[in-house]
Design a protein around this ligand. Structure first.
Ligand SMILES: *[C@@H]1O[C@H](CO)[C@@H](O)[C@H](O)[C@H]1NC(C)=O
Length: 355
Protein backbone atom coordinates (compact mmCIF):
# COMPACT_ATOMS: atom_id res chain seq x y z
CA UNK A 1 0.00 0.00 0.00
CA UNK A 2 2.74 2.47 0.91
CA UNK A 3 4.39 1.86 -2.45
CA UNK A 4 1.25 3.11 -4.10
CA UNK A 5 1.13 6.21 -2.01
CA UNK A 6 4.81 7.10 -2.00
CA UNK A 7 4.36 9.98 -4.36
CA UNK A 8 2.66 12.99 -2.92
CA UNK A 9 0.09 15.20 -4.52
CA UNK A 10 1.13 18.76 -3.93
CA UNK A 11 -0.24 21.16 -6.49
CA UNK A 12 1.63 24.15 -5.09
CA UNK A 13 4.88 22.25 -5.55
CA UNK A 14 4.38 22.13 -9.30
CA UNK A 15 6.50 25.18 -10.15
CA UNK A 16 9.19 24.31 -7.66
CA UNK A 17 9.41 20.81 -9.03
CA UNK A 18 9.80 22.13 -12.59
CA UNK A 19 12.81 24.15 -11.50
CA UNK A 20 14.09 21.23 -9.48
CA UNK A 21 13.49 19.01 -12.48
CA UNK A 22 15.72 21.14 -14.69
CA UNK A 23 18.49 21.10 -12.09
CA UNK A 24 17.96 17.39 -11.74
CA UNK A 25 18.32 16.89 -15.50
CA UNK A 26 21.54 18.89 -15.54
CA UNK A 27 22.96 16.84 -12.68
CA UNK A 28 21.78 13.67 -14.34
CA UNK A 29 23.76 14.62 -17.44
CA UNK A 30 26.94 15.04 -15.42
CA UNK A 31 26.29 11.84 -13.56
CA UNK A 32 25.57 10.03 -16.81
CA UNK A 33 29.07 10.53 -18.12
CA UNK A 34 30.51 8.62 -15.18
CA UNK A 35 27.90 5.90 -14.73
CA UNK A 36 26.09 3.83 -17.28
CA UNK A 37 24.07 1.52 -15.10
CA UNK A 38 20.86 3.50 -14.90
CA UNK A 39 18.58 2.62 -17.77
CA UNK A 40 16.97 6.05 -17.72
CA UNK A 41 20.16 7.49 -19.12
CA UNK A 42 19.74 5.67 -22.38
CA UNK A 43 16.23 6.93 -22.97
CA UNK A 44 15.66 9.61 -25.58
CA UNK A 45 15.67 12.89 -23.71
CA UNK A 46 12.24 13.74 -25.12
CA UNK A 47 10.58 11.06 -23.00
CA UNK A 48 12.39 12.33 -19.89
CA UNK A 49 11.26 15.84 -20.73
CA UNK A 50 7.71 14.66 -21.20
CA UNK A 51 7.83 13.01 -17.81
CA UNK A 52 9.13 16.24 -16.23
CA UNK A 53 6.40 18.25 -17.94
CA UNK A 54 3.80 15.75 -16.87
CA UNK A 55 5.07 15.86 -13.24
CA UNK A 56 4.85 19.66 -13.27
CA UNK A 57 1.36 19.63 -14.73
CA UNK A 58 0.01 17.20 -12.16
CA UNK A 59 2.09 18.52 -9.25
CA UNK A 60 3.80 15.18 -8.80
CA UNK A 61 7.13 14.72 -7.00
CA UNK A 62 8.95 11.56 -6.01
CA UNK A 63 10.82 10.57 -2.88
CA UNK A 64 14.16 9.75 -4.46
CA UNK A 65 15.91 8.77 -7.65
CA UNK A 66 14.96 5.11 -7.30
CA UNK A 67 11.29 6.00 -7.04
CA UNK A 68 11.65 8.43 -9.91
CA UNK A 69 13.33 5.87 -12.14
CA UNK A 70 10.60 3.34 -11.36
CA UNK A 71 7.87 5.91 -12.09
CA UNK A 72 9.60 6.98 -15.28
CA UNK A 73 9.62 3.40 -16.59
CA UNK A 74 5.89 3.04 -15.88
CA UNK A 75 5.21 6.44 -17.45
CA UNK A 76 7.16 5.47 -20.56
CA UNK A 77 5.31 2.16 -20.92
CA UNK A 78 1.98 3.91 -20.52
CA UNK A 79 2.84 6.66 -23.03
CA UNK A 80 3.89 4.04 -25.56
CA UNK A 81 0.68 2.09 -25.02
CA UNK A 82 -1.49 5.21 -25.31
CA UNK A 83 0.26 6.41 -28.46
CA UNK A 84 0.09 3.06 -30.17
CA UNK A 85 -3.60 2.79 -29.28
CA UNK A 86 -4.37 6.26 -30.66
CA UNK A 87 -2.34 5.68 -33.84
CA UNK A 88 -4.86 3.11 -35.07
CA UNK A 89 -7.45 4.95 -37.14
CA UNK A 90 -11.22 4.69 -36.68
CA UNK A 91 -11.11 4.08 -32.95
CA UNK A 92 -14.44 5.14 -31.44
CA UNK A 93 -12.59 6.54 -28.42
CA UNK A 94 -9.19 8.01 -27.59
CA UNK A 95 -6.78 7.64 -24.70
CA UNK A 96 -4.60 10.34 -23.20
CA UNK A 97 -1.53 10.71 -20.98
CA UNK A 98 -3.65 11.76 -18.02
CA UNK A 99 -3.23 12.01 -14.24
CA UNK A 100 -2.81 8.22 -13.94
CA UNK A 101 0.11 8.04 -16.40
CA UNK A 102 2.76 7.13 -13.81
CA UNK A 103 0.74 4.29 -12.31
CA UNK A 104 0.79 0.67 -13.33
CA UNK A 105 -2.65 -0.77 -13.99
CA UNK A 106 -2.43 -2.79 -10.75
CA UNK A 107 -1.76 0.31 -8.67
CA UNK A 108 -4.53 2.17 -10.43
CA UNK A 109 -7.00 -0.58 -9.61
CA UNK A 110 -5.96 -0.65 -5.97
CA UNK A 111 -6.18 3.06 -5.34
CA UNK A 112 -8.98 4.56 -7.41
CA UNK A 113 -11.92 2.25 -7.35
CA UNK A 114 -13.48 0.74 -4.23
CA UNK A 115 -16.78 -0.85 -5.19
CA UNK A 116 -17.25 -4.02 -3.16
CA UNK A 117 -19.11 -6.47 -5.33
CA UNK A 118 -22.20 -7.83 -3.57
CA UNK A 119 -20.79 -11.09 -2.27
CA UNK A 120 -24.03 -13.02 -2.58
CA UNK A 121 -26.34 -11.10 -4.93
CA UNK A 122 -29.18 -13.63 -4.65
CA UNK A 123 -29.43 -13.07 -0.89
CA UNK A 124 -30.35 -9.42 -1.22
CA UNK A 125 -34.12 -8.96 -1.28
CA UNK A 126 -35.60 -7.79 -4.57
CA UNK A 127 -36.92 -4.28 -4.12
CA UNK A 128 -39.86 -2.70 -5.89
CA UNK A 129 -39.09 -1.03 -9.22
CA UNK A 130 -41.27 2.04 -9.63
CA UNK A 131 -40.42 2.44 -13.30
CA UNK A 132 -41.53 -1.07 -14.32
CA UNK A 133 -44.55 0.19 -16.26
CA UNK A 134 -42.81 3.09 -17.97
CA UNK A 135 -43.46 2.76 -21.68
CA UNK A 136 -42.34 6.05 -23.20
CA UNK A 137 -38.82 7.37 -22.64
CA UNK A 138 -37.18 10.28 -24.46
CA UNK A 139 -34.63 9.35 -27.14
CA UNK A 140 -31.97 11.12 -25.11
CA UNK A 141 -31.63 12.82 -21.76
CA UNK A 142 -28.86 14.76 -20.06
CA UNK A 143 -29.60 15.47 -16.40
CA UNK A 144 -26.82 18.09 -16.36
CA UNK A 145 -28.95 20.28 -18.60
CA UNK A 146 -31.78 20.05 -16.07
CA UNK A 147 -29.56 21.22 -13.21
CA UNK A 148 -29.70 17.81 -11.49
CA UNK A 149 -25.95 17.12 -11.57
CA UNK A 150 -23.38 18.93 -9.41
CA UNK A 151 -19.88 19.69 -10.78
CA UNK A 152 -17.41 16.80 -11.14
CA UNK A 153 -15.72 15.81 -7.87
CA UNK A 154 -12.42 14.03 -7.19
CA UNK A 155 -12.15 11.07 -4.81
CA UNK A 156 -8.32 11.21 -4.92
CA UNK A 157 -6.61 8.03 -3.75
CA UNK A 158 -9.44 7.08 -1.35
CA UNK A 159 -11.44 4.07 -2.60
CA UNK A 160 -14.82 5.59 -1.78
CA UNK A 161 -16.26 5.75 -5.30
CA UNK A 162 -19.37 4.11 -3.81
CA UNK A 163 -20.01 7.20 -1.66
CA UNK A 164 -19.58 9.55 -4.64
CA UNK A 165 -21.91 7.41 -6.73
CA UNK A 166 -24.63 7.29 -4.07
CA UNK A 167 -24.35 11.00 -3.26
CA UNK A 168 -24.53 11.99 -6.95
CA UNK A 169 -27.73 9.93 -7.35
CA UNK A 170 -29.14 11.57 -4.20
CA UNK A 171 -28.20 15.03 -5.49
CA UNK A 172 -30.12 14.11 -8.65
CA UNK A 173 -33.39 13.08 -7.02
CA UNK A 174 -33.15 16.01 -4.59
CA UNK A 175 -32.88 18.48 -7.46
CA UNK A 176 -35.67 16.81 -9.45
CA UNK A 177 -38.00 16.77 -6.44
CA UNK A 178 -37.22 20.10 -4.81
CA UNK A 179 -35.95 22.07 -7.78
CA UNK A 180 -32.83 23.04 -5.84
CA UNK A 181 -29.36 21.84 -6.73
CA UNK A 182 -27.23 21.23 -3.67
CA UNK A 183 -23.86 19.52 -3.41
CA UNK A 184 -23.96 16.92 -0.63
CA UNK A 185 -21.25 15.43 1.59
CA UNK A 186 -19.36 12.26 0.63
CA UNK A 187 -17.07 12.69 3.65
CA UNK A 188 -20.05 12.34 5.98
CA UNK A 189 -20.78 8.97 4.37
CA UNK A 190 -17.11 7.93 4.53
CA UNK A 191 -16.74 8.92 8.21
CA UNK A 192 -20.14 7.98 9.60
CA UNK A 193 -21.37 4.97 7.60
CA UNK A 194 -19.17 2.55 9.51
CA UNK A 195 -21.49 0.25 11.44
CA UNK A 196 -22.37 -1.93 8.43
CA UNK A 197 -20.39 -3.36 5.54
CA UNK A 198 -19.09 -0.07 4.19
CA UNK A 199 -15.45 0.71 4.91
CA UNK A 200 -14.80 4.28 3.81
CA UNK A 201 -11.68 4.51 1.66
CA UNK A 202 -11.40 0.70 1.74
CA UNK A 203 -14.58 0.24 -0.26
CA UNK A 204 -18.34 -0.05 0.03
CA UNK A 205 -21.65 -0.35 -1.77
CA UNK A 206 -24.07 2.30 -2.97
CA UNK A 207 -27.08 0.44 -1.57
CA UNK A 208 -25.47 0.40 1.87
CA UNK A 209 -24.76 4.12 1.56
CA UNK A 210 -28.47 4.68 0.81
CA UNK A 211 -29.37 2.60 3.89
CA UNK A 212 -27.08 4.75 6.03
CA UNK A 213 -28.54 7.99 4.64
CA UNK A 214 -32.09 6.75 5.33
CA UNK A 215 -31.17 5.78 8.92
CA UNK A 216 -29.35 9.06 9.45
CA UNK A 217 -32.43 10.88 8.14
CA UNK A 218 -30.46 12.82 5.57
CA UNK A 219 -27.10 14.23 4.58
CA UNK A 220 -25.46 17.56 5.11
CA UNK A 221 -23.86 19.72 2.42
CA UNK A 222 -20.44 19.35 0.85
CA UNK A 223 -19.71 22.82 2.19
CA UNK A 224 -20.57 21.94 5.79
CA UNK A 225 -18.72 18.59 5.75
CA UNK A 226 -16.05 18.94 3.04
CA UNK A 227 -14.20 16.11 1.36
CA UNK A 228 -10.85 15.10 2.89
CA UNK A 229 -10.06 11.94 0.94
CA UNK A 230 -9.13 9.93 4.04
CA UNK A 231 -11.08 7.95 6.64
CA UNK A 232 -11.99 10.25 9.52
CA UNK A 233 -13.98 10.30 12.73
CA UNK A 234 -17.68 10.96 12.28
CA UNK A 235 -18.58 14.55 13.12
CA UNK A 236 -21.95 13.86 14.75
CA UNK A 237 -22.97 17.51 14.91
CA UNK A 238 -22.47 18.00 11.21
CA UNK A 239 -24.10 14.65 10.44
CA UNK A 240 -27.16 15.79 12.38
CA UNK A 241 -27.64 18.81 10.13
CA UNK A 242 -29.67 17.63 7.15
CA UNK A 243 -29.68 19.49 3.84
CA UNK A 244 -31.59 16.75 2.03
CA UNK A 245 -33.24 13.42 2.73
CA UNK A 246 -34.29 10.30 0.86
CA UNK A 247 -37.20 8.00 1.67
CA UNK A 248 -35.74 4.76 0.37
CA UNK A 249 -33.90 3.16 -2.53
CA UNK A 250 -34.74 0.62 -5.21
CA UNK A 251 -32.62 -1.72 -7.31
CA UNK A 252 -33.05 -1.73 -11.08
CA UNK A 253 -33.85 -5.27 -12.31
CA UNK A 254 -30.43 -6.76 -13.08
CA UNK A 255 -28.88 -7.47 -16.46
CA UNK A 256 -31.30 -5.52 -18.58
CA UNK A 257 -30.30 -2.26 -20.25
CA UNK A 258 -33.95 -1.57 -21.16
CA UNK A 259 -34.90 -1.47 -17.48
CA UNK A 260 -31.90 0.71 -16.71
CA UNK A 261 -33.02 3.07 -19.47
CA UNK A 262 -36.44 3.49 -17.84
CA UNK A 263 -34.77 4.46 -14.58
CA UNK A 264 -32.19 6.85 -16.07
CA UNK A 265 -34.96 8.51 -18.09
CA UNK A 266 -36.43 9.48 -14.73
CA UNK A 267 -33.44 10.26 -12.53
CA UNK A 268 -29.64 9.87 -12.22
CA UNK A 269 -28.87 6.26 -11.23
CA UNK A 270 -25.97 4.70 -9.31
CA UNK A 271 -24.27 2.04 -11.43
CA UNK A 272 -21.39 -0.34 -10.79
CA UNK A 273 -18.88 -1.08 -13.53
CA UNK A 274 -15.61 -2.87 -14.18
CA UNK A 275 -13.24 0.08 -14.50
CA UNK A 276 -10.06 -1.92 -14.03
CA UNK A 277 -8.69 -1.89 -17.58
CA UNK A 278 -5.92 0.30 -19.01
CA UNK A 279 -8.33 1.69 -21.57
CA UNK A 280 -10.57 2.92 -18.79
CA UNK A 281 -7.57 4.28 -16.87
CA UNK A 282 -6.52 6.43 -19.83
CA UNK A 283 -9.90 7.10 -21.49
CA UNK A 284 -10.08 10.63 -22.81
CA UNK A 285 -12.91 11.07 -25.31
CA UNK A 286 -15.42 9.41 -27.59
CA UNK A 287 -17.81 6.55 -26.95
CA UNK A 288 -16.02 3.94 -24.87
CA UNK A 289 -16.51 0.42 -26.25
CA UNK A 290 -14.14 -1.59 -24.00
CA UNK A 291 -11.85 -3.47 -23.36
CA UNK A 292 -13.46 -4.30 -20.04
CA UNK A 293 -14.85 -7.25 -18.16
CA UNK A 294 -17.72 -7.55 -15.66
CA UNK A 295 -15.78 -7.79 -12.39
CA UNK A 296 -17.53 -4.81 -10.86
CA UNK A 297 -15.03 -2.67 -8.97
CA UNK A 298 -16.15 0.94 -9.40
CA UNK A 299 -19.24 2.94 -8.53
CA UNK A 300 -20.27 5.81 -10.81
CA UNK A 301 -23.53 7.53 -11.77
CA UNK A 302 -25.49 7.30 -15.01
CA UNK A 303 -26.71 10.87 -15.59
CA UNK A 304 -28.13 10.48 -19.07
CA UNK A 305 -28.02 8.65 -22.39
CA UNK A 306 -28.06 9.49 -26.06
CA UNK A 307 -26.84 8.60 -29.52
CA UNK A 308 -23.54 9.77 -31.02
CA UNK A 309 -23.27 11.28 -34.51
CA UNK A 310 -22.22 7.92 -35.96
CA UNK A 311 -25.33 6.27 -34.50
CA UNK A 312 -23.67 4.61 -31.51
CA UNK A 313 -25.93 4.64 -28.47
CA UNK A 314 -24.28 5.54 -25.19
CA UNK A 315 -24.75 6.02 -21.46
CA UNK A 316 -23.57 9.35 -20.08
CA UNK A 317 -21.67 8.52 -16.90
CA UNK A 318 -20.40 10.85 -14.18
CA UNK A 319 -17.09 9.73 -12.67
CA UNK A 320 -15.31 11.02 -9.54
CA UNK A 321 -11.72 11.35 -10.78
CA UNK A 322 -11.67 15.13 -11.36
CA UNK A 323 -12.21 17.02 -14.60
CA UNK A 324 -8.88 16.17 -16.24
CA UNK A 325 -9.98 12.54 -16.78
CA UNK A 326 -12.26 11.68 -19.71
CA UNK A 327 -14.63 14.22 -21.20
CA UNK A 328 -14.32 16.86 -18.46
CA UNK A 329 -14.76 14.11 -15.88
CA UNK A 330 -17.48 12.19 -17.76
CA UNK A 331 -17.39 9.08 -19.92
CA UNK A 332 -19.79 8.03 -22.63
CA UNK A 333 -20.10 4.24 -22.57
CA UNK A 334 -21.62 2.16 -25.34
CA UNK A 335 -25.26 1.28 -24.66
CA UNK A 336 -27.40 -1.64 -25.87
CA UNK A 337 -24.59 -4.09 -26.46
CA UNK A 338 -25.04 -7.80 -27.18
CA UNK A 339 -24.35 -8.93 -23.62
CA UNK A 340 -27.17 -8.64 -21.09
CA UNK A 341 -24.76 -7.31 -18.43
CA UNK A 342 -24.13 -4.19 -20.51
CA UNK A 343 -20.67 -2.79 -21.26
CA UNK A 344 -18.33 -3.29 -18.27
CA UNK A 345 -21.33 -4.75 -16.40
CA UNK A 346 -23.16 -1.42 -16.21
CA UNK A 347 -26.60 -3.11 -16.04
CA UNK A 348 -25.67 -5.61 -13.33
CA UNK A 349 -26.07 -3.74 -10.03
CA UNK A 350 -27.75 -0.37 -10.44
CA UNK A 351 -29.97 1.43 -7.97
CA UNK A 352 -31.43 4.81 -7.12
CA UNK A 353 -32.72 6.63 -4.06
CA UNK A 354 -36.38 7.61 -3.81
CA UNK A 355 -37.76 10.89 -2.59
C1 LIG B 1 -47.48 -1.97 -13.09
O1 LIG B 1 -48.65 -2.51 -13.65
C2 LIG B 1 -49.16 -3.63 -12.96
C3 LIG B 1 -50.37 -4.16 -13.77
O2 LIG B 1 -51.27 -3.16 -14.02
C4 LIG B 1 -49.53 -3.23 -11.55
O3 LIG B 1 -50.01 -4.34 -10.83
C5 LIG B 1 -48.34 -2.68 -10.84
O4 LIG B 1 -48.66 -2.19 -9.56
C6 LIG B 1 -47.72 -1.53 -11.65
N1 LIG B 1 -46.47 -1.14 -11.03
C7 LIG B 1 -46.21 0.10 -10.62
C8 LIG B 1 -44.88 0.33 -9.99
O5 LIG B 1 -47.00 1.02 -10.73
Amino acid sequence: MSAILIYTLRKNMALISTARGLIFLALLGIWASSQATCRTLHEPSSMLERHEQWMARYGRSYEDITEKEMRFQIFKRNVEYIESFNSVGNRPYKLSVNLFADQSNEEFQASHNGYKRTSNPTSSPVTAFRYENVTAVPSSIDWRKKGAVTPIKDQGTCGCCWAFSAVAAMEGITSITNGKSVSLSEQEVVDCDTSGEDQGCEGGLMDDAFKFIIQNKGLTTEENYPYKGVDGTCNKNKAASHAATIAGYEDVPANNEKELLKAVANQPVSVAIDASGSDFQFYSSGVFTGECGTELDHGVTAVGYGTAKDGTKYWLVKNSWGTSWGEEGYIRMKRDIDAKEGLCGIAMESSYPTA
